[in-house]
Design a protein around this ligand. Structure first.
Ligand code: MCA
Length: 494
């Protein structure tokens, strides 16, 4: 069996090299052979920059075909690809640099941040790494990798407020890609509408690998907008999205049955989709969204079936090679009983980068990973998710950890204490909301400004609610559930 993911992806397009891989509606189209040539040239350029096998390359760039080629180059050359949200602030980026110790950081020409290690840029012909790469022959050889070798490292935030790097192996990514490709029935005449960011598992691995395993075309949108999706849909057969995408599409009068009737598949994940959105989508399009469940540490874990009943409110069955169980403490739950979701299988990550303790805490002795999600299995093995063990908010498919924001707010002189809570939001699913006890003169605008320097904009509270006291239990712990209940309709008139 091939051990380098790049080799697997390239081999699948051997007979279709002249077919279009990435087509940008307003930009260029790249064939498979052009993309592999670019990645080969980037791989040479990485070598020229002194990057060595096993090193980390940290990439903080807007979505582009260059970024996809660079990702493939990293796989081919055997270096660990570490993608960052391009909205990351300098503070956040410096944390990632210190933690990951990359030998190279790749950013865009517009990025003004001072990078403390070697850095190059991509995205334009004149960008430094593009210029270097285009002057070099394409590397053809593929670095041999062992099953357990890390292909990519993606940061997930944590309850402590400090993100951890989840190490994803070549083997894990290959297994998950193969399983999804199979169960979702991908084929070469599929055209995938890609409107997701490519610094997450969803947009980078799930979407791209599924298409690449059939050497299918990908309509590569710079970002999700309702109009760009509506324009691209007639040429597509599959779309992968987050619930916010489907909420926004369903609300647009140009999004209708006629536009969607040829579509083979709409999938949704990264955040729970309400039954209301499932129904609204079905009413408008006549299509039933296939909801699936995944996480950075494991890729996709469960999926509703392609053929067979898709049930709104459940995330379907465990993927064929994934063991899934529900536990309460050390006891296995019976079907219908609610407990923690635990999983085991080849798709799993190999641990958190340089966090042996956190890694050990996340695994059971028998190799099951404790997801932190709460759910139950029905008698047929369908999983329904009912909440989370950890204090985490999912806003528009982005995981946001309250602790990180609370630490920043509590450090400000005008705030005595804060509690960050996710409240139901019709567009984002949950919206970050700050409950604060103020001290002296409080100005929301000033607080926003201060936060902007430290945390990426999508994590900023959408509303600040000033309170006299925060509800606490007898142990003194803030009762966020009481805030969630009392303020549950804060955004409903939004
Ligand atoms: C952007 N903003 C947000 C979010 N995104 N605020 C809250 N939550 C968000 N998710 C803010 C920006 O900071 C900005 O603030 C303002 O909204 C406009 O930015 P823009 O980029 O134009 O926003 P948007 O286009 O409306 O973005 C919303 C979005 C996007 C399309 C839903 O967030 C998105 O593509 N989400 C998908 C995330 C995803 O792929 N997650 C997968 C991870 P200001 O105006 O103040 O500057 S989970 C995963 O990978 C696992 C494996 C899985 O199961 O899938």
């Amino acid at each position: 069996m091939e051990d380098n993911l790049f080799q697997v992806l390239r081999e699948r397009s051997t007979d279709r090299l002249s077919e279009v891989f990435l087509s940008e509606p307003e930009g260029r189209s790249l064939t498979y052979s052009e993309c592999f040539r670019m990645s080969g040239q980037y791989a040479q350029a990485l070598q020229e920059c002194g990057v060595q096998e096993g090193d980390r390359v940290l990439v903080k760039v807007p979505k582009s075909t260059d970024a996809v080629a660079l990702y493939l180059a990293c796989l081919q050359f055997g270096v660990i690809y570490v993608p960052l949200n391009p909205l990351s602030t300098p503070d956040e980026t410096n944390y990632f640099i210190t933690d990951a110790e990359p030998s190279l950081v790749v950013c865009s020409d517009e990025d003004t941040m001072k990078i403390p290690v070697r850095s190059e840029t991509i995205g334009k012909e004149s960008s430094s790494l593009n210029k270097l790469a285009s002057s070099l022959p394409a590397l053809d050889i593929v670095t041999k990798r062992a099953n357990s070798d890390v292909a990519a490292m993606l940061y997930t935030s944590g309850t402590t407020g400090k993100p951890k790097g989840a190490m994803l192996t070549h083997r894990g990514l290959i297994e998950n890609a193969r399983a999804l490709h199979e169960i979702w029935g991908f084929r070469s005449n599929d055209v995938l509408l890609h409107c997701l960011p490519i610094f997450h598992v969803h947009g980078l691995f799930v979407a791209l690998h599924c298409a690449m395993l059939s050497a299918a075309e990908v309509i590569f949108l710079q970002k999700f907008t309702v109009s760009s999706v509506i324009d691209a849909l007639p040429k597509a057969t599959v779309m992968m999205g987050v619930p916010t995408h489907y909420v926004r599409l369903t609300e647009d009068k140009n999004f209708d049955h006629a536009l969607c009737h040829h579509m083979r598949l709409f999938t949704s994940g990264s955040a729970p989709m309400s039954q209301h959105v499932h129904k609204a989508f079905n009413d408008v399009t006549g299509q039933q969204i296939l909801e699936r469940y995944g996480m950075t540490e494991a890729g996709i874990i469960t999926s509703n079936p392609l053929a067979g009943e898709r049930i709104a409110g459940t995330v379907g069955f465990a993927l064929p090679s994934m063991d899934l169980r529900i536990t309460k403490g050390n006891t296995l739950c019976a079907s219908g009983e609610t407990g923690t979701v635990e999983i085991r299988g080849d798709h799993l990550f190999s641990g958190y980068w340089r966090q042996a303790d956190q890694t050990a805490e996340s695994f059971r002795d028998d190799g099951f990973f404790i997801t932190g999600d709460i759910g139950s299995l029905d008698t047929q093995g369908r999983l329904s998710l009912e909440g989370r063990v950890h204090d985490m908010i999912i806003s528009g498919g982005e995981n946001i950890y309250p602790k990180e924001i609370e630490l920043r707010l509590d450090a400000l002189e005008s705030i005595k204490e804060s509690a960050i809570v996710g409240l139901p939001h019709p567009d984002l699913g949950e919206a970050v909301t700050a409950f604060i006890i103020t001290e002296g003169i409080f100005s929301e605008a000033k607080v926003r400004d201060r936060l902007t320097a430290h945390i990426a904009s999508f994590k900023q509270p959408k509303k600040y609610v000033t309170v006299d006291a925060l509800p606490r239990n007898s142990m003194g712990k803030i009762q966020k559930n009481r805030l969630r209940e009392e303020y549950s309709s804060l955004f409903s008139s939004h």
